[in-house]
Design a protein around this ligand. Structure first.
Ligand code: KMH
Ligand code: ZN
Length: 277
């Protein structure tokens, strides 16, 4: 089995300090959380940014500031900026996160419209084509976010048509968002069995499914995403003090199951990214 790539989704767009005071808003807090995750074993940081008051934003300048500040502390980490942003943002607003310097190695590409709790996360086919075109033009490798079973077939069809980047594809199966595909091992196996040979995959279990899904992925040879974006608790009723604590728990699970942890450079090789200059 390949080494395990751990992604830390340190911030997200929806969670708040009222839910867990350690959720980062300011640049300094975002850097603190990124560093805690990387120090604990994360090879990748999935990045959303906020205004100082916690409002989610896709502002290019804020992404630039956070990118530079994180790379100063964690020079080798792979950053995956969000192009999903927050529900209700326009496609142009969302795409600003791909405008940073250096051009991001990867970015998320959400693979279809879906429920998102009480709201609708809008990813029409024209939006997805526009995001695919941007990533093809700039050489950005997408992380294909599938929240629903049907999202996988949608994105595979678009890749076959050359509308979004193709092989080797990296999928993130985000399971357990209220209103979307539930986080079960059965659903995860269904998805994994349908990805093209040579692809890589990660699972994100939302809420209480974070660690059961992590354990499944460790055993199945996939990769794991954890972090405040997806889950605020270290265990039942115990708020995590940092993203690093969540990553460290995945590292412990992996050690128990005999899976080694990938560094960022090893993750680049596994994902088919160019080595860093
Ligand atoms: N905040 C969610 C509505 C992504 O980063 O690409 C979408 C999201 C997906 O977080
Ligand atoms: Zn996200």
């Amino acid at each position: 089995m390949e080494k395990l790539i751990i992604t830390a989704a340190i911030c997200g767009a929806e969670v708040t300090k009222e839910q867990n005071p350690n959720v980062p808003y300011t640049v300094e807090e975002i850097v603190r959380e990124a560093k805690s995750a990387v120090d604990a074993g994360a090879a990748i940081v999935h990045l959303h940014v906020r205004r100082d008051d916690g409002t989610p934003t896709q502002d290019r300048a804020r992404f630039q500031e956070c990118t530079e500040a994180i790379l100063k502390e964690c020079p080798n980490v792979i950053l995956i900026p969000s192009t999903g942003g927050a529900v209700g943002m326009t496609p142009d607003e969302r795409l600003q996160s791909t405008d940073t310097t250096p051009v991001p190695e990867m970015a998320t590409l959400d693979c279809g419209t879906c429920n998102f709790g009480d709201e609708i996360f809008d990813n029409t086919m024209p939006t997805m084509r526009a995001f695919g075109k941007r990533m093809l033009e700039r050489g950005i490798k997408p992380e294909y976010e599938c929240f629903e079973m049907g999202h996988l077939d949608t994105i595979l069809t678009m890749a076959r048509k050359g509308q979004v980047p193709g092989a080797p594809m990296q999928f993130n199966f985000v399971l357990g968002v209220p209103g979307c595909t539930p986080a079960t091992v059965d659903n995860l196996c269904w998805l994994v069995n349908k990805i093209p040979a040579g692809s890589t995959w990660t699972v994100t279990g939302v809420g209480r499914s974070a660690f059961p899904m992590a354990a499944a992925a460790i055993a199945m040879g996939g990769n794991v995403r954890v972090g405040f974006e997806d889950n605020l608790y270290l265990s039942r009723g115990v708020l995590a003090q940092s993203n690093g604590e969540l990553v460290a728990k995945v590292v412990r699970l992996a050690k128990e199951l005999g899976r080694e942890i990938a560094t960022s450079d090893e993750a680049r090789t596994i994902l088919g990214l160019k080595p860093r200059a």
